[in-house]
Design a protein around this ligand. Sequence first.
Ligand SMILES: Nc1ncnc2c1ncn2[C@@H]1O[C@H](COP(=O)(O)OP(=O)(O)OP(=O)(O)O)[C@@H](O)[C@H]1O
Length: 608
Amino acid sequence: MKKCGNLKIDTENILPIIKQWLYSDKEIFLRELISNGCDAIHKCKVLKDHEKLSIENSSFRIDLTIDKEKKTLTFSDTGLGMSAEEIEKYIAQLAFSGAKEFLSKYKTEKEQDQIIGHFGLGFYSAYMVADKVSIDSLSYVPEAEPALWSCDGSSSYELEKGTRTSRGTAITLHISSEAEEFLEETRINTLLQKYCGFLPVPIYLNGKQINAKEPLWLKNSADCTDKEYIDFYHQLYPLEPDPIFWIHLNVDYPFNLKGILYFPKITGRFDWNQNTIKLFCNRVYVSDNCKDVLPDYLMILRGAIDSPDIPLNVSRSTLQVDRTVRQLSQHISKKVSDRLLSLYTTNRERFIQTWPDIEWIIKLGILQDDKWYERLKSLLIWQQTNKDWTTVEEYIERNRLSHENKIFYVSQEHSHSHILDLYQAKGMEVLYAPSPIDNHLMSFLESKLDKISFQRIDGALDETILDKTREHTLLDTEGRTEAAKIADFIRSKLQIEHLEVEAKSLVNDTVPALLVIDEHMRRMRETMALTKQSFNLPSKNTFVVNTNNKLVQKAYQLETKEPELAKELIHHIYELSLLSQKELAPEALSSFILRSNRVLEKMADFCP
Ligand SMILES: Nc1ncnc2c1ncn2[C@@H]1O[C@H](COP(=O)(O)OP(=O)(O)OP(=O)(O)O)[C@@H](O)[C@H]1O
């Protein structure tokens, strides 16, 4: 048997569902009721434009009044009002939005953009905080009768002749005992600032106006001064230092979007998961959750985005990710990259100054988004140890003859100084790569750019820091060079498993030794540490002693007369190189200090 039917809703059950599940936060009732008042006023303006109504714009306002004794909160607007029939049609019929009906009658693109409601449910959010709600309304239609509707949250309501004498609607919430916080003026004031601070209609709380300012994003960027941008930033984030620069967004096609994005000054650590951009829909604050509207690497930006085209769910607090959202995200990414490029090309000095605040965005974007990489690869700059700034391409070009396609770097300014001395002795350029993301970035660039490789200055023993003219190449009777014998001697004194030992002629005599840490293994180890993986990678280190260094030569000569002291010295030289390369384990520090004292005592013995 085949049967067709219509789904039925049991009205007894629908209100509890709205109360408990539809809205994430109780406070949202405020946004919903004010939005309704705004819509009602906007509709009046449309009727006025269509010459159906003659009134002064100055009469438009929404008033909130708290009556603590009666435990009521009243929203009164001077909008178009409702007749008894309209209340039955729009309010008593759930999920029927008068907004849609109105728009189909008076439809123009402009008006569509400005009406907030469209689901036909928002009014019922009042029952999250109220036991009973009444509506006293007078329609704009000449000779209309006021209507008074009230409902205690059950499925029945009362409708009678109202008392209102002026056009508009007053909605009174009899606040429930669990929601008495909403009878506090300060609480309501804070919520009004948050949700309604930028609404186009004046809103008053107990007679005081809340929202005096037009949102700056609506103004033409050519008419905004720096001061206005900075003041607006402080209005959104009162405790933050001044932003470094900003981008004014204004798109009409293929979607409608306005907003201002700020690059914040980075102070201390920042949280990429923190939602800091405020999302608005027709000037109503919707959420701090801009995830998906912005790519991850831009989550650190601040500011406001206002778009009627962001597809919100019924509760208006989360978005549905669809094609528009993805387009929006790509558009914003393009705008931000254009801004960075223009700063780099027009004012490289300022770009460099702001680098500490923007480098994370640029680098993370390069790793996460190929289009971003293509657009911004030319402005990825690195500071050199001589304090100049360079791009990889410029570096490669300058050093083509001395070390083709190889880029030398150090991770930190104050570590590796003994090795840096060797490079500087040969006038070689070394970059700083201090941030934790640089490891990934260098591996990424190696995969993108043909043949280039990054090498930390202790990542391999580069030919350029060897002095071949002073190499000990003479063979003894057993066919061994002096350097090989020194290496054997060091190995026998250290006796450290898996540690390679070499003796080389280095360009700078004052450096006794250095530790060569395999570049590839070290990067893997650091990545694992960053991602908190505990797998213990074997290290692949080579201890290189300098055959031109006096201390190394002395220790070698001491072997016959004072073998114990020679051993102490070699261990000491080894641990000093670990220390200067930040490789000395914390638990080895106390034995290092004890040995230092013993060695110094011995030295003192030699003094007269
Ligand atoms: N203050 C008001 N003045 C005039 N009409 C109102 C007022 N409040 C509500 N209405 C009418 O009741 C309808 C239903 O309101 P409700 O808040 O439930 O849904 P909505 O605003 O249409 O959509 P949404 O659920 O997206 O907010 C509105 O579309 C409007 O026609």
